[in-house]
Design a protein around this ligand. Structure first.
Ligand SMILES: C[S@@+](CC[C@H](N)C(=O)[O-])C[C@H]1O[C@@H](n2cnc3c(N)ncnc32)[C@H](O)[C@@H]1O
Length: 201
């Protein structure tokens, strides 16, 4: 595919041709993955009609030998593991039989933050107060079931989470991550934020 479309980190036309073919029916995970490798910030994004619309990652994004070796390592490990991938709303997931031998990690969108999976413009519902409170309910139930959990979040943008943590006595680990290479729309990326990991153990 890379040769056929002559994909490089400078060939905009090749990227546009592959993106157009993808949107016109050339749908396969390998096409989507390749598009992502050559996209701005190596990030995939869709419009309201579910058409792929990430722009070209000029001079920056490409499929390299390092990318290939990481892909092979992950693929090699996954194919020998008993693992199931599911894409569904967490609200519809049944956690009722989780218990002390299970662990749940959540990396939800941060309430009041901006990210392109969270702007209500991609044909997906964005994260809101209702989802935030529902997540607390799910996690509180897991806690009652003696299941351990960890949640990534941000104390600065999220105005609800502090109360919930204090009320339930959960543990906060400060991560102080500068997120230099992340895709959030922060004006000052070097500013140390209030990134935290919250656990119930
Ligand atoms: C902070 S990102 C997680 C990034 C992920 N950990 C990774 O490394 O790629 C938050 C994710 O939550 C997903 N999300 C938003 N609302 C959701 C919902 N109701 N149920 C499940 N996932 C949801 C978004 O699509 C987004 O991928």
């Amino acid at each position: 595919m890379i040769n056929k479309y002559n994909l490089t980190k400078t060939n905009l036309q090749g990227f546009n041709d592959l993106r157009s073919d993808y949107n016109n029916g050339f749908k396969d995970w390998k096409v989507l993955y390749t598009l992502m490798c050559y996209s701005f910030n190596s990030q995939y994004r869709f419009n309201n009609d579910h058409q792929y619309n990430s722009s070209f990652g000029k001079n920056r994004s490409e499929y390299t030998s390092t990318t290939e070796s990481k892909l092979k390592t992950v693929y090699g490990k996954l194919k020998n593991m008993d693992i199931v991938f599911m894409a569904q709303n967490f609200v519809d997931f049944d956690f009722s039989d989780f218990g002390k031998n299970d662990f749940v990690y959540c990396d939800p969108p941060y309430l009041n933050s901006t990210a392109n999976y969270n702007d209500d413009k991609r044909g997906f519902e964005s994260w809101n107060k209702g989802y935030e409170l529902k997540l607390y309910e799910v996690l509180d139930n897991l806690n009652e079931q003696n299941c351990r959990f960890a949640v990534s979040n941000n104390l600065k943008s999220n105005t609800l989470i502090g109360d919930w943590i204090n009320r339930r006595g959960y543990t906060i680990y400060n991560l102080n991550n500068t997120y230099y290479n992340c895709c959030y729309n922060k004006k000052d990326k070097s500013k140390i934020d209030s990134e935290v990991l919250i656990t119930n153990y």
